[in-house]
Design a protein around this ligand. Structure first.
Ligand code: AMP
Ligand code: MG
Length: 492
């Protein structure tokens, strides 16, 4: 057997308590749904082999590739605010790590590949629908330029999984710069295993943040950089209307990538209170709550690091508080810089947040579509003849017109000309996002009619979110009233 995955595994070399060694469970008759060829090449993998029978068996967990050291990672986590001391990979198995074309270490993980010692009452399996959703949304996020885990492949297993009904089983091959979560730190902290926390922190520094290794206090610097990454990440979610849906600490990656796409969704009309997830009854993870929740999760992370921050508990707490105190500014800076770009402002002025906030308020009051408003505003940068197309999106177009006067006034003071502003805005305001009604329709066609054409088409369109793609203009449209999706369901 030739080496098809050039594995170089470091997590599996950590002490035994960090994971359980477990092989994927073979499945009956795997079939490839989709292989992400560009990503395969980037990872140094052979797409032809992956798409062939041996490759597909590997992607389905039926065959363990040479050099793999399959493990299920241990972690804990706060789920909707309640601490669970042991979660872990209950339906995912890390095959190993490879170094990609940029020199970045990447985990190759099978999600839905059978039970592990962490499965609790679960079957370790994934249904096709959630696998397609994760594939679509994670790849869309990558194309939008947002840090995220990636999807290398989706396969169906040829077996059914039992949910409320029988559903086709599937496996997603997920690629991440690591699968280390805030909950991974909590796992050791909850056991008062300071040596484990230290070992993990040093692994994370070496792997994700080598630049902090030389800092005077590397663990404080680690806390700072994780806070900065998370603040930047959530700002970027808000700027595209993304709602994660289950921002539990076990779904918060310390690398700053978006991870664990469950009942996630993109907002259509702008409303900060938007919630889609069927399991989020209180709206804890509503669109507009995400910055607050990120800080809450980071506070749990800081608590884990306390023993590393100082031998003196009071000093350690003061360090943690000072680090967490930076979150609000870091978030605001990233968010308002992003809003400025969305409005085509090249310079920064003190009253820009107010200008942006007033547009968002008018959008909320008038149920304007978030994505289309900014996309059409990009073209309105050429002149007021573009305003009608934006105003149409508002229940009362006059609400936009009043704001547009102020916006033109503000942009007229800048040096850049209108075409430069339009181009800059089009590069940050996508035309295409994975709209929920489209994602649901794709899943319905695949699961109920074994028709994967809509899935293929949607994935293709979303690969170029900032291009107009006139042939696919329908994918840019918000749902009609009858098409609106009100709830999304978990990946389990
Ligand atoms: P999630 O809601 O996907 O973030 O998962 C939360 C926890 O439940 C993790 O520990 C998962 O591994 C576990 N889990 C979710 N679905 C399953 C399943 N079908 N079988 C076993 N464990 C699962
Ligand atoms: Mg999870």
């Amino acid at each position: 057997m030739t080496l098809h995955f050039p594995f170089d595994n470091t997590y599996a070399a950590l002490p035994n308590g960090f994971f359980a060694r477990v092989a994927p469970t073979p499945v009956m008759s795997p079939r490839l749904v989709r292989l992400n060829r560009p990503l395969a090449l980037h990872l140094g993998l052979d797409p032809e082999w992956l798409a062939g029978s041996e490759g597909v068996e590997t992607l389905a967990g039926k065959r363990v590739p040479e050099g793999a050291d399959p493990i299920a990672m241990a972690y804990a986590g706060h789920q909707f605010g309640h601490f669970v001391p042991q979660l872990g990979d209950g339906r995912a198995i890390l095959l190993g790590e490879v170094i990609d074309a940029d020199g970045v270490r990447r985990d190759i993980q099978l999600k839905g590949s059978g039970p592990t010692p962490f499965s609790r009452r679960g079957d370790g399996r994934a249904a096709l629908g959630p696998v397609l959703r994760e594939y679509i949304v994670s790849e869309a996020m990558a194309a939008l330029g947002i840090p995220t885990t990636r999807s290398l492949a989706a396969v169906v297993t040829g077996e059914n999984v039992v949910r409320e009904t029988l559903l086709p089983g599937a496996v997603l091959t997920r690629v991440a710069s690591s699968h280390i979560r805030v909950g991974t730190f909590q796992y050791f902290a909850a056991r008062s295993d300071v040596a484990g926390v230290r070992r993990l922190a040093d692994h994370v520094i070496a792997r994700h943040y080598p630049e902090v290794a030389g800092a005077e206090h590397p663990h404080r610097a680690l806390l700072d950089v994780v806070i900065a990454r998370q603040a930047g990440l959530v700002a970027r979610w808000l700027l595209v209307g993304f709602i994660h849906g289950v921002m539990n600490t076990d779904n918060t990656s310390v690398s700053g990538e978006t991870i664990d796409y469950g009942p996630c969704a993109f907002m259509d009309s702008y409303d900060p209170a938007t919630v889609f997830s069927s399991i989020d009854e209180q709206g804890r993870y509503a669109y507009g709550n995400q910055p607050r929740i990120a800080l809450w999760n980071l506070t749990r992370f800081a608590e884990c690091l306390l023993p590393l921050l100082s031998g003196d508990q009071e000093k350690a707490i003061a360090e943690a508080q000072s680090a967490l105190g930076e979150f609000a500014d870091k978030f605001d800076n990233a968010y308002y810089a992003g809003l400025r770009r969305k409005l085509g402002l090249f310079t920064a002025r003190d009253d820009d947040p107010k200008l942006a906030g007033d547009l968002l308020k008018a959008m909320a009051d008038n149920e304007a579509d978030f994505t289309l408003t900014f996309r059409r505003l990009s073209d309105a940068a050429l002149g007021p003849e573009g305003d009608a197309a934006v105003g149409q999106l508002f229940a009362d177009p006059a609400a936009f017109d009043a704001w547009a006067v102020r916006w033109r006034q503000r942009t007229s003071d800048e040096l850049q000309d209108a075409p430069a502003r339009q181009a800059a805005m089009r590069a940050v305001n996508p035309a295409f996002i994975p709209r929920n009604h489209r994602v649901e329709a794709v899943i319905e066609a695949a699961v109920n009619r074994n028709d994967f054409t809509p899935f293929e088409e949607l994935v293709t369109v979303l690969a170029k979110p900032y291009e107009d793609q006139p042939a696919f203009i329908r994918y840019a449209e918000p749902p009609l009233p009858g098409e609106r999706v009100l709830q999304t369901f978990c990946g389990t």
